[in-house]
Design a protein around this ligand. Structure first.
Ligand SMILES: Nc1ncnc2c1ncn2[C@@H]1O[C@H](COP(=O)(O)OP(=O)(O)O)[C@@H](O)[C@H]1O
Ligand SMILES: [Mg+2]
Length: 228
């Protein structure tokens, strides 16, 4: 049984896309897998968050929207503000309990964070605290665009500074026009290895439509993480 926490260099960098790909990849290994989105902000017309729907569809376990996304707030904004607008507070212990309960039912639990790594969840608690409370190895999704190298390395430092294991990182092509794309990936690979001994777990190109990124994940590197 393995669980991982997916964070990103920012919001909209491909955390959900990569989380879904990981879930697909796990299913291909014959493992029971589930996604968990502890905190989500922004609902569709049916009252469900899009990430929650995607993770639920990508996992192999039949779960309800509420099991995958126990805290879904209406407003598509910073989660602590979205929660406050509904008079709610975000309690970590309950989220940890819910994650652990799901984890016992799966071989792999993929927990998607919210926004970047240090997004506040309340006046004195943030997403990094949630990651620490869960204690799972962290996978960092790097959205490839100008500026991403520093964002990636700062996030990696923040993860390690909290005593968490940085299991690896995924390069995700959000800006296919990025100048010197390959040179940026090479630099990220070098720096993650040099500073953190963290492997690249995949290089995802710009995908058409809703195509899964699973085939772009590095199977050998993932096997190492999940069998460690
Ligand atoms: N490699 C990719 N190819 C095509 N579209 C992508 C890719 N990665 C992300 N996207 C799209 O970019 C948007 C943001 O990605 P998402 O996974 O939701 O990011 P996050 O979870 O970090 O907010 C989504 O519409 C998603 O489908
Ligand atoms: Mg997302």
């Amino acid at each position: 049984m393995r669980s991982v926490f997916i964070t990103g260099t920012d919001t909209e960098v491909g955390k959900t896309r990569v989380s879904a790909a990981l879930l697909h990849w796990c299913a291909q290994q014959g493992w029971r897998s589930a996604g968990f989105k502890p905190v989500a902000a922004g609902l569709d017309a049916a009252g469900v968050n899009e990430d929650v729907q995607m993770l639920r569809a990508a996992g192999s376990l039949a779960l309800t929207d509420a099991e995958v996304g126990p805290l879904q707030f209406q407003a598509a904004c910073a989660p602590h503000i979205a929660a406050a607008l509904e008079g709610q507070t975000i309690a970590l212990p309950l989220l940890v309990q819910q994650a652990q309960a799901l984890a016992t039912r799966t071989d792999v639990l993929v927990v998607e964070g919210v926004g970047g790594f240090c997004v506040p969840l309340g006046p004195d608690v943030d997403t990094a605290d949630l990651a620490v409370a869960l204690g799972y190895p962290v996978i960092l999704v790097v959205g490839l665009r100008l500026g991403c190298i520093s964002h990636a390395l700062l996030t990696a430092e923040a993860i390690r500074a909290r005593g968490l294991r940085l299991a690896g990182w995924v390069a995700n092509t959000i800006d296919p026009q990025m100048a010197h794309l390959q040179a940026n990936i090479d630099t990220l690979r070098h720096e993650f290895q040099r500073r953190h001994q963290a492997p690249c777990l995949g290089v995802v190109p710009r995908l058409m439509g809703s195509a899964s990124a699973a085939t772009y994940l590095d199977a050998a590197a993932l096997q190492k993480i999940f069998s460690a």
